[in-house]
Design a protein around this ligand. Structure first.
Ligand SMILES: Nc1ncnc2c1ncn2[C@@H]1O[C@H](COP(=O)(O)OP(=O)(O)O)[C@@H](O)[C@H]1O
Ligand SMILES: [Mg+2]
Length: 456
């Protein structure tokens, strides 16, 4: 199921952001609103209270005549935005400059629309109504239009600000959400194509270097490795099928020969031949398994610091006699104290393979030289012979699994030796090069140079 836009993290984060921004804006506006308006209202109310106490000098017991005189005096003062009205007990106007129905005693906000005829631009009046002696009523009011306008301004600003925050937040969230969805969908589309069998498919990068690109690069590297492994498996399968054929065909031939001849005298030789074929097939499958295990990298777990010099000395000693028996001469020039983190059994196999190759493929009379020493920042080991060598254009073929050059077909081996060497070198993060060991067109020899990096 594809994720929906409003389920994306981007949209949810945007909604959360908008919520928080709105909440903080509400608090800020609230403080401004209450602070400013509250202070202004208090000032206005104090002005009104002062006017009333000036007019009603004796409080509630001030005689109506004194109140009327006070009102007239206040009206006579230069305009201050304050308005007055004094009614008698029957509701008749005694003095004042406001013509509107007298409200009940107490505080009021008189709005122009409510039938009150207020002067000119005035929209709201803040008013206080007091009973006076003799049943009359006094109203003192102040222009509160500014207060009203400010109230509206603050409310409108808040609504506009809130609306803009909401719009930008949601637009950004939806935009980012869409983008994220598109990227995720590109990944799952690539995944589907890969599952359908296209192992060359990769996840497209946007080139922005964002977290999706980072993820895509990681996944692509993984896909490349998977593709390579799949290719290996396919190739190995083909090669196994191909290479097991010959020992099995020969085995079948030997068995058929035994069956046909009916001569017990040929039996021991034929059986020995059959066993040799079976051994060849077994050795081949063991080699393939070993190679697969090394290439998987699992053996790295068993790496330990080892004395490479000692290891090489031991191999050289072991193979000295083997070389002698084959009419070859093995010389070792190994620097002492070369330490390397690795797998001793595999390293043994690596150098044994190279020396065996030099003995087998170098031919009688070959001089084999094993060298080891420090190389800038690493360890350099080489195995060289002065045999027929391998022409440069056939190096790749020799290194391949089951790759054997024509001249070697008749000799023992499965063509796994150099492939194993390459895999073991790779497992130890080393590099390997094949080249001629000397300047001789007849017998250029083969020199396999390996360098291992030394950590730290
Ligand atoms: N020292 C060498 N001199 C000449 N040819 C070699 C040497 N080492 C390897 N080769 C060639 O490379 C091929 C692959 O070697 P390898 O993978 O060890 O397979 P094999 O089982 O044939 O020894 C050999 O069959 C041989 O043709
Ligand atoms: Mg070999």
């Amino acid at each position: 199921m594809r994720p929906r836009l409003f389920q994306t993290t981007s949209v949810r984060l945007a909604a959360l952001g908008v919520g928080l921004a709105s909440a903080s804006a509400a608090v800020v506006f609230g403080v401004i609103y209450l602070g400013t308006l509250g202070a202004l209202r208090t000032t206005l109310d104090t002005d009104i209270d002062n006017e009333i106490s000036e007019i009603m000098v004796f409080g509630a017991r001030t005689p109506p005549g004194v109140v009327a005189a006070g009102v007239r005096a206040a009206i006579a003062e230069p305009p201050t935005g304050t308005f007055f009205r004094l009614d008698d007990a029957q509701g008749r106007l005694i003095a004042g400059d406001l013509t509107l129905p007298m409200p009940t005693p107490g505080w009021h906000d008189l709005v122009a629309q409510h039938g009150a005829a207020l002067a000119g631009h005035i929209r709201v009046l803040r008013a206080r109504v007091e009973r006076i002696g003799g049943g009359g009523t006094l109203l003192v009011a102040a222009d509160a239009t500014m207060l009203d306008e400010l109230d509206e301004l603050i409310r409108r600003s808040f609504l506009i600000g809130f609306g803009i925050t909401l719009a930008i937040g949601l637009a950004a969230g939806i935009g980012f959400g869409r983008r994220a969805l598109a990227r995720v969908e590109a990944v799952s589309a690539a995944g589907e194509e890969i599952m359908a069998g296209d192992f060359t498919r990769r996840i497209p990068l946007s080139g922005s270097g964002d977290e999706f690109d980072h993820l895509a690069r990681g996944i692509n590297a993984m896909l490349a490795r998977i593709e390579q492994l799949m290719g290996n498996i396919r190739a190995v399968g083909d090669e196994i099928a191909h290479d097991l054929r010959s020992p099995l065909a020969r085995l079948r031939e030997s068995l058929e020969l035994m069956l046909r001849s009916g001569d017990p005298a040929v039996l021991p030789a034929a059986l020995a031949d059959a066993i040799a074929q079976v051994d060849a097939a077994l050795a081949l499958s063991a080699g393939i398994l070993r190679l697969a295990q090394i290439e998987s990298g699992a053996r790295r777990a068993s790496f330990a610091m080892l004395d490479l010099s000692r290891l090489l000395e031991d191999i050289a000693e072991t193979y000295e006699t083997v070389a002698e028996d084959a009419g070859a001469v093995l010389t070792a020039r190994i620097a002492p104290g070369l330490a390397l983190a690795g797998d001793a059994a595999l390293l043994n196999q690596l150098f044994a393979n190279l020396i065996e190759n030099a003995i087998t493929h170098g031919g009688p009379g070959t001089a084999i030289i094993v060298t080891a020493g420090r190389d800038d920042g690493g360890i350099a080991v080489s195995v060289a012979d002065d045999g027929p060598g391998i022409p440069p254009e056939r190096h790749a073929e020799a290194l391949r699994r089951f790759g054997r050059l024509d001249a070697s077909r008749s000799r023992e081996g499965h063509g796994l030796g150099l492939a194993l060497v390459a895999a073991i070198v790779g497992l130890h993060d080393g590099t390997m090069v094949l080249r001629a060991s000397r300047d001789d067109a007849e017998r250029p020899g083969l020199r396999v140079a390996i360098s291992f990096p030394v950590a730290g």
